[in-house]
Design a protein around this ligand. Sequence first.
Ligand code: SF4
Length: 379
Amino acid sequence: MYPCLSIGLYIHIPFCASKCPYCDFHSFPGREYLMAAYVEALTSELDLRLRRSPDAQADTLFWGGGTPTLLPDSSIHSLGLFLQDCFPAGWKEFTVEANPGTVTPRKLEILLEIGVTRLSLGVQSFLDRSLNSLGRIHTRADSLNAFRAARASGFTRISLDLIYGLPDQSLSLWEDDLREAVSLQPEHISAYCLTLEPGTPFYGRWKRGELRLPDEEASVAMYEKTLETLERVRYRQYEISNFALAGEECKHNLRYWRGGPYWGIGAGAHSYFGGARSWNKKKLESYLSDLREGRLPVGGREWLPKEKRLGEAIMLGLRTLSGVDLQDLFRSNEVTPDGRYDTLIERFRAQGLLLYDPPNLRLTQKGFLVSDTIFCEFL
Ligand code: SF4
């Protein structure tokens, strides 16, 4: 008997009720008529992949988007049953991202029935004015109702997504959001700083001076307030933007940060496997037609040389609070330890951005604030 090949399985659901003006994710509003065909294509893609790698076992599953909970109940149910057939041994974790405006008691019941173990609620803010400016379809009341309904239906692992650095947001408004999130006692909280992605309506408005955002100093104060507030009530930071009660870290995302293999299923989804990265076609129609004709919808593939794999592994690992074991990464990527990072590490260490306790390398809190600049240097 062959040993199982443990992978993470990400399933991309690219449908949204409307497009939020800050979002550059691969998601579309107004394509609901393609949902049934899309779910069928997802099953075909997974089926094709499993024929090629029959020993693959998804230990962690993650439905992201887009808005997975926009799918009709019948589609969620059939996709879930298909996954149970594919992986009869079960999984360690199955997360579904849910938009509070789309959660119903029946949907929650179906999610539990198909083996979902973790719900990630995209709350973003508890202030209706902020939700409105973000173009979200839900309200504060929807978030509270969705959270309570999820608990009542039996979800024991719930994560709340929040965003800070919002238009016209003050430090005290952000504190209110944090306080409200904590009062619900979720197992996990993600707190992201709003980023302006070129090509989005928010970016255009900001360029034209029509969007008033907190400046850098205010954003840093919000980040520091997040650490202080959440750690005080036992949410431990384990990644730049992620906080969890003990043992409630997201296993699927930890797999990414530790450089583990994963398959991404769905339009535009990325996979990393055996030192190669590949990605699916982004255009919905091309994705669907390839699978209708029995072909994997591969958009591109890239073999990563050992040195590049090492740099990426360091970059991903440094996102976590525990950092990386440098010696181990050299070994696992088959690169001879040659001191190539010594000067870089010394420079960042002297600036108080990195801690190096050989072989462990990790960012300081000051380092987290400029992490993108540091990551670039390791690539
Ligand atoms: S709901 Fe999420 S994925 Fe959809 S447009 Fe808004 S931010 Fe993007």
